[in-house]
Design a protein around this ligand. Sequence first.
Ligand code: SAM
Ligand code: 2KA
Ligand code: SF4
Ligand code: MG
Length: 257
Amino acid sequence: MPVNSTPDQGKTPNADGETLPINELFYSLQGEGKLTGEPSVFVRTSGCNLRCWFCDSYHTSWEPTHANMSLDDIVAEVESHENAEHVVLTGGEPLIHNEAVSLLERLDDRGYHTTVETNGTIYRDVPIDLASISPKLASSAPTPDKDPKGNGEWAERHDDRRIDLDALGELVDEYDTQLKFVVTGPDDMPEIEDLVEDIRSTASSRVPDSDVLLMPEGTTREELDKNRIEVAELAMEHGYRYTPRLHVDLWNDAPGT
Ligand SMILES: C[S@@+](CC[C@H](N)C(=O)[O-])C[C@H]1O[C@@H](n2cnc3c(N)ncnc32)[C@H](O)[C@@H]1O
Ligand SMILES: Nc1nc2[nH]cc(C(=O)O)c2c(=O)[nH]1
Ligand code: SF4
Ligand SMILES: [Mg+2]
């Protein structure tokens, strides 16, 4: 269900009035990370505290669009996809919303496996089966030459906010995790290695190399064709995992996939 309109659309909030701004809700295969290939319902919230220049969900960050949906309606729509045992809460940044907590509790009560796709800047105490954390590197900054909308107005705010070691440490300690880095080229590697070491020093639990995943940057097959082999070879060189972008390989940049 792609949602391109603005609020409410006549939806009735549930008794406690909780709603979430939903950009799209669809059934697909998990395209990224350790659970790649798993049939999953994706719930994509709108709104983000960062502005990566390459954001593949432009209408949740740079120009957010959504309909406010009640949690009842979201859960009902998730349940309508009868073959899915996995739900992926993504965005935008889903953890900026207080109501994400109630949604995850309800999904957990119903026995779903929940993955949360997060940029790792916010920790919340909530039932999450896999915290899929994608910390943002310096190369994600929307500098004037890369800004998809303006002239670099977000670059400084983005850079100030993109890493919060306390939040990363808590996420790693409390949940099963994967650290999924978007790689734009070999120059990203020293920062990834330093950050992984910083997270290891901050967290109490062990962060094995097998929980560190390198994902090529790219929103189309053509873009991925240019860098997937280089990123795969970087993963081999460093002993980290490689993750494809299966949905892009299968369906390119089609919405709702
Ligand atoms: C749109 S984000 C939403 C969740 C959260 N805001 C985050 O960044 O992790 C979902 C996933 O797509 C990744 N992503 C976004 N744009 C990308 C691109 N151009 N190439 C590769 N991965 C991208 C993010 O790093 C994240 O792992
Ligand atoms: N198929 C598919 N897998 C995904 N895994 C993470 C996604 C995301 O946008 O968070 C995503 C997505 O948008 N589509
Ligand atoms: S943090 Fe995630 S949603 Fe926000 S701009 Fe970056 S990739 Fe897009
Ligand atoms: Mg995506």
